[in-house]
Write a protein that binds this ligand. Sequence first.
Ligand code: ADP
Length: 772
Amino acid sequence: MDISLTHRLSFKQASLTVLVAFILGTLLSVIQIGLDYASEDASIDREIHSLLEISHNPAARISYNIDAELAQELVLGLLRSPAVMRAEIVDNSGLVLASVDRPPAQSGYRVFSDFLFGERRQFEDPLFVSHAPGEALGVLRLEVDTFAFGSDFLRRALLTLLTGFARSLLLSLILLVLFYAMLTKPVVGIIRALSDRDPRRDLGPVPCPPGHERDEIGILVAVTNQQLSNTHQEISQRREAEDRLTQYLAELENIVSARTAELKATNARLTLSNRELEQARATALEMAHVRAAFLAYMSHEIRTPLNGLLGMLALSLDGPLTSEQRQQLSIAHDSGKVLVDLLNDILDLSKFEAGQLELEQIPFDLGALAEDTASLLSQNAGNNVELTCLIDPQLPAQLLGDPTRVRQVVSNLLSNALKFTRFGRVDLRIEPTAKGIRITVSDTGIGIPEEAQKRIFQPFIQAGAGITRQFGGTGLGLALTRRLCEAMQGELTFNSQEGFGSQFCAELPLSSHAPASSWPRLQGRVVTLCAPGSGLAEQLASWLPHWGLEQQRRAPDTPASELQAELLICDSAERLAQLRQQLATPLLLVSPYGAFIHSEQAERLAPFAQLARPLARNTLHQTLQSLLEPLRAGSSQAPAAPQERMHQARVLLVEDNAVNQLVAKGMLGKLGCEVAVAAHGGEALDYLERNAVDLVLMDCNMPIMDGYEATRRIRQSGRWPNLPIIALTANALPDERERCQAAGMNDYLAKPFRREDLAALLDSWLPLTTAS
Ligand code: ADP
């Protein structure tokens, strides 16, 4: 490590010291020279004055005596003094007795001397004798050249300055050497020792320069060594930590790579199982499709012969039969119907599983639907069971939803309730709720044991082992009903107590499409003769006041004299004759269909009407109106049973199956239609070319030309634009309807169909004529 001289500490210190010493020395020299100058300046005057003093007496005497010769000698003597330039003695009258002079000394330094002491000085000594001091004898005049003194002074000053400089120079040299030896050298030694150190290998202390152990350098070395040892310790700790960290990192890397390998393996396994799953899913989907297709095929295959079977049985039942034959055929017909229902349930469940169930969203009258269903199922009700339809007067006239599915829910719940109830009540209650509607079916039947309650929604499960034997059924109804409710975003709940009855409640979020219907107002006081807990009492209490009637319930055995009313409603025929004898009030009998009284007897009871349970609002209202306001209503007779609607229309039945041909032909004939039959689409087209037809019933699956193709051709020809074509199909899958529509068919009738279904369809597509 080389440090240039000027940057060395010793040099800096020495030069600083020398500068200070030089300035101080110069200052001292200047002061000394100043003092010397003052004393020299004073010594000039002093010396000349002492010369004048010495010369005073001789000069006075010379003047007194006016001795020019002596005067000359004196002034010459004075001129010998090196400083005197001119000397003269002048007498009192101004006469110069003697005068000598010489030129001033010449020198290059004269200017400095003249500057300091002046060029020359004049001294005058008035001459007198001591005994007559007041008498002036003349003047001794001296002119002095100051350079004689100044040159000495300048020499001395120069010497003073030079010695001062020499001293400073010497001092600085000595100091430089000393500082170097004392400071620079040991410090440079330490620096070199530090810079030459290898921090990895040289771990010992830095040596202290000899002789400096106790001074600042020694302490500096000690402190440095301390710091070095601390640093070294810290570095070794860090190195140790680093080593540990590296070790951990290596371990971590090993773990990570092991995990990565594991993950890769799992990933590969997952990908494989995903692929397998995909394959399984694809297979499952394919199987579902195959199953759906199989179901469609199967339904067609089973329904077609079933259709024939049921149709033929129905036709036979309409003909002349012995009662035994009728009974046997009825059983066969009922069993066939059960088979169709079972088939429908299985198909519906399969549709749920295949995700193919599609819900309609159309306006429908839930009240009428519930009443129709209840009326249809009322034939299943036991003799001692009172089936009542309790429809809330605030129920909207139209709701938005799928009427077929809602009908299924109502019908399943109601048929269960009727099946499991031997006596008491079965109520179908429909009421609006904040979220939609609530359909409640409650019964007073056998109830469901608690342990069975958890299972009854599972397919093919019944509450007890003896149920099938005793009541029949398959255990599919509730499973299907619950799924239907869930598909409609609703829920099905129930509570039941064994031996006391059950209550099933379907909450469906159906939105209102039209507000509650407003009925024509009725007037009058109506007395109902029925038991307090009866369904009829409850139903009448809710509807009669709503229609504006004053309603009162009385016990069935209330004496006639206490019955003042415009109308009496009874739930049993027992007292009718007796009442008629005592009262002229119109009578209305509400009883099960089977308990209707004969028409001759009814005529005797006039004004009288009888209605079947469960009461439907519309019929009840009409009947009440006709009994209470006979003139307005036109007749006081009970409304006649609906007459058979007859269609004097020409219908072309396109159907390949001979049995189905017979069934449909029979039904159409009974409905008043003239029927022509074609065995396939081609024949149908030929027939249409030649004959006028009002409606075509078109089977879909036929040999030679199927129904879709035949319809397409009929529509493409454009010759029969308004001809209604109704599809007949046993394919129960949802896309069937769309397929028929796409082919150009107007409506759709699923096989096997009942006469009522066919009649309803003809009603909507043909002009109505009523048979006389
Ligand atoms: P199914 O009636 O064809 O046997 P469901 O699924 O409709 O099948 O009903 C399952 C079972 O639940 C019935 O077998 C019966 O044990 C019980 N159950 C359903 N409804 C009622 C009810 N209203 N009263 C008593 N038991 C009922």
